[in-house]
Design a protein. Structure first.
Length: 318
């Protein structure tokens, strides 16, 4: 029997000779990273790491930029990952570079801050979620890169599972409008920290609106998002649940519904707010179109009657 020999590895000196063929930033960042990695990982791993960078740089005319970002990010990323997963992270970036060097650049740039918050087993899934937005066009590339860039901020507030569902929403919306998807992404970075526990419900609502009437998503994020940010738990969750029920029934202008509902909640005495939302939900089950009107008129009615009398009025209408 003959044994199959393993492929011959480059030496660090040979790797430098290869990297000299590319613009100066590649070599500069390689040497800086290599000096930091020396002593932290095995020499064999350093050679494999260098070879991955060379392969990235060779892919296209502009992929040297991705290689430079790869070397730049490597020391910080390596601190968060075992050697095997560190090299897997590198190969995932190389695969992205096959699709677009811009994607790889964004992936590598975002990696140091992302790895602090992302479990290593989710690296490929993270790349896949962002990659799903890319369809070979400039706008799709910009959107995918933006999601990579915002990942560290997102993961400060949302779980990775919620991040994935948000990515799925963006993918669906981007099939209608890249510009609107980009606006929603920008708004979400500011909105999600304000509605933390209810992000998942809000993303579910946004997905439903995208499927039923995608142009109304802007109003949901702008008008509805602002209203939810000013609404406290648990009423915010109840309001989102009510909006989802109304969307399923064909109600339009859900952003306005959220705004009017939030205004109604703050205008009703604290002790009655839970009851108000329960009444609106019960009404929505029977007559979806009546529930938004009830929320709009209930505070006005309460200026003239007591809450028990409002209940009687509601029972008559229901």
């Amino acid at each position: 029997m003959t044994s199959q020999s393993s492929p011959r590895r480059l030496t660090v000196q040979q790797a430098e000779a290869e990297l000299e063929k590319f613009p100066a930033p590649v070599m500069e960042r390689f040497r800086r990273a290599q000096s930091q990695l020396a002593g932290r990982i095995a020499q064999e791993t350093i050679v494999e790491w260098a070879e991955e960078g060379i392969e990235i740089a060779r892919k296209t005319v502009r992929s040297w930029e991705a290689a430079a970002e790869y070397f730049d990010a490597s020391p910080a990323v390596q601190r968060q990952l075992p050697s095997g997963q560190f090299l897997r992270w590198a190969r995932t970036g190389g695969a992205l570079c096959n699709d677009s060097p811009s994607l790889a650049v964004a992936y590598f740039k975002a990696s140091p801050a992302t790895m602090v918050r992302l479990r290593p087993r989710y690296i490929d899934d993270w790349a896949a979620v962002c990659r799903s937005l890319y369809r070979g066009t400039w706008k799709s590339s910009a959107l995918a890169c933006r999601l990579f860039e915002t990942t560290p901020q997102m993961l400060e507030t949302v779980s990775f599972e919620e991040f994935c569902r948000f990515g799925g929403f963006l993918e669906a919306l981007s099939r209608r409008s890249y510009d609107l998807a980009g606006e929603c992404l920008t708004t979400s970075v500011r909105l999600f920290p304000k509605i933390g526990p209810d992000v998942d419900g809000f993303v579910g609502l946004a997905t439903s609106v995208t499927e039923s009437s995608w142009r109304e998503v802007k109003g949901l994020f702008d008008t509805g998002g602002a209203a939810l940010a000013d609404t406290a738990q648990p009423h915010r969750a109840a309001l989102i649940a009510l909006a989802r029920r109304l969307v399923a029934a064909g109600t339009n202008d859900v952003g306005v519904v959220l705004r009017d509902g939030a205004l109604a909640i703050v205008r009703v005495p604290v002790d009655y707010r839970d009851h108000l939302m329960q009444m609106a939900d019960a009404l929505a089950r029977l007559s979806p179109s009546a529930a938004p009107e009830f929320l709009k008129t209930a505070p006005v009615v309460l200026e003239r009657v007591t809450f028990p009398q409002l209940r009687e009025w509601h029972a008559t209408g229901a």
